[in-house]
Structure formats: structure tokens, C-alpha cells
Design a protein around this ligand. Sequence first.
Ligand code: EMZ
Length: 383
Amino acid sequence: MKSEFSDPFEEARKNSGIGHINDQEDPVAMILRHKDVRKTAHNWQTYQSGAVPGRIVVPSEVDIRDIRQIPFEVDPPLHKDFRNLLEGWFKRPNREEYQKILTDQIATLIDDVLSEDKIEVVHDFSLKLQSRALTILLNTSLVESDTFISWGTHVFRSEGDSLDASKANVLYDYLDEKINRARENLGEDLYSVLLQAEVNGKKLTHDEIKGIMILTFAGGRDTVINAVTNTISYFAEHPKSLLDIKENPDKINKAVEELIRYFSPLTHMGRVATENAQVCEHAVKNDTRVSLCWASANRDENVFENPNEVDFDRKINPHLAFGFSHHNCLGATHARQIMRTLLSLLSNKVSSIDIVDARENIEKWGEFNRKVGFHELTVKFNK
Ligand code: EMZ
């Protein structure tokens, strides 16, 4: 089945709770159990995010950038000050007027693909959807999304080159220009809001603003694109579930959480140890990397019954797909709203979806091969 996402971590999670990968000569011990992932995410004193910029990302981005992404590469207590500044803005997706614009955008996109004979979902649906929705989050004009679409699915990665510095520079130059322009002529967009903001009584520097913007662009890009694409593949192969949503729209929130648990669009996120420590009997040396493997935790058989099944009626769903503890995903409100709107509109506008062709996107992490989405998914949407 094209919409099946198997769990490559099961054996290692049960046997040792740890997986080992080498990443550019800076190894990573992947933490695989739900309980350990939560504990480690919580313990910022021992497992820091504020290491050299790019080091907590796997694959490491140390060689391709030196700008710190904020707040995700900042530790408490400063982390909290940045979160306090940003939280309100990133909760705007809960507002009615925000949801109305998002609904109009996605409805237009679905109407467009319904009139096509067939469509390649990753580039001609998910990338467009993500890029257009980002303009609402930034509160900029919709035409900006044409530029975002032209960058392709990942801002730092290209197919065949997982670390592409020249690509990062395209985003950096774009952001420099936007920040500088907003400085001359303040408006209502996120750039202008950040230019006027203060943290601990001080205005933000250009690089701090840039660091926040880079995260806003990079963190929610391939993750949202994969979540949307994988959702299309799921409903193509589970037409009854689409009908279930149509008949029981009150299930949408739970369905979204379950799909996000199952897909876990972000496999893991790293931390750097600040002292010698231990995770489930595994020694972690000072200044080495661990990763919090959300994807494995989300299939932990000690927490989820039938973890490899998609069950919209799952009673408790403490998934970690948006991370855990103080660093939980700042963009989650936006991402959830995208998914809810997508499910609602799909179930009302689309009767069935046929998969024509698919090329899976398999990440390789040491011994683990993990399907995270598709390079290409060609489908026909039916009215
Ligand atoms: C970083 C990361 C954030 C990283 C929550 O994830 O997303 C990755 O896609 C980027 O490459 O730089 O923003």
C-alpha cells in the first residue's frame, strides 16, 4: 500500500531503546522510547538546544549556516522570553478571519485540481498549499507565495543533496531584503512586528529577526508538505475514512492528530549533552549528540495500542509529532489548522482519489530506512 508507513525502529526500540547513526563524523544516539524521549526533551540543562547553530539538526547543518534559529536553538531562560514574544502571533490561526482566508485558499486549490486530468501532489498541491498558507502566517501578500513555490520543497535541501548551502543563501538574501524593506516602511507583517519588538528591554538585532524568520520558513516546510501529501495518499487508499469524516465532521480534530502521529513528519530533533549522562543504560558522553526520535516514540507499543494502525477513534493519543516540553512546535497551531481545513474540504468536495504513480521518499538513518513521504505522487481527484 502506498499509504503505509511502517515503523523501522520497532526492534531497536524494544531491544535497547537506542539507535546509532553517524552523521558527518558527529554521531547521534537516537532515543527511541516514548518515556525516554519525553524525559530527555524536558531536561534542557543536560541536553541543550543552544549548541553551535545547526548542530541539533540531523543531518547537521553546521557546515551550511551560522545563523542561530530562534527560539529553537536557544535554551531557557532566554528561550522563554522569545516564546513569550512569538506565542500570540503564532496562535492567530485560531482566529476566525485567519481560518476564513485559509479555507478560501485551500478550497480554490482543490477546485483547481478537480478540474485537472491528473496532478502531481507534492509540487502542484502540497507545495502550493504550504507556500500560500505561509503568507497568512506572515501576514504578507499572497503573491509572495510564487517566490516560495519557486524554491522547491525544502529550503536547505535539494533532492540528491541533503545539505545545499547555495539554496540556503537564496532564502537568506530574500529575508535580508524583506527585513530591510520593512525597516524603511513598517507594515502589519511579521517582519515589522519583530522590528518593533523588544526582548528583555532590547530591540532585536537583524540576525535575531532573521533567525526567527528562517525557522518560520524552514521548520514548517517539508514537514507540512509531507503531512499534506501523505494525507492525500491515505484517503486515496481509504475512501471509507473520507466518507467517515464527511458524515462525522466532529471527528476531524482526532483524525488530524492520528494522521500526524502516524506520519510523524519530522523524524527526530537533536540535542547536545552538556555533561556525561545516561539514557536507558546507554552512556552519553559530554559534548556528543542525541536525538529525540518522535517517529519512534509515536509507535511505542507501551503507549499506543496497535501503534501501526490508523485509528480516528483512538481514545488517548499523547503523540510527540510536534515535539515535547518547552520546545514544542511553535507552528503547530498553523499546521493543525491547515490539516483540519484540508480534511473538511476534501471530504466535502472530493468523492475519491486514484493514485496513478508514486515515488517514495525514504530517509536513511544508519540501519534504519524510514519512509517520510513522497518525492512524487501523481493522482486523479474525482468530484
Ligand atoms: C530547522 C528545522 C526545524 C532546520 C522544527 O524543525 O527544520 C529543518 O527542516 C531545517 O532544515 O534548519 O529549521
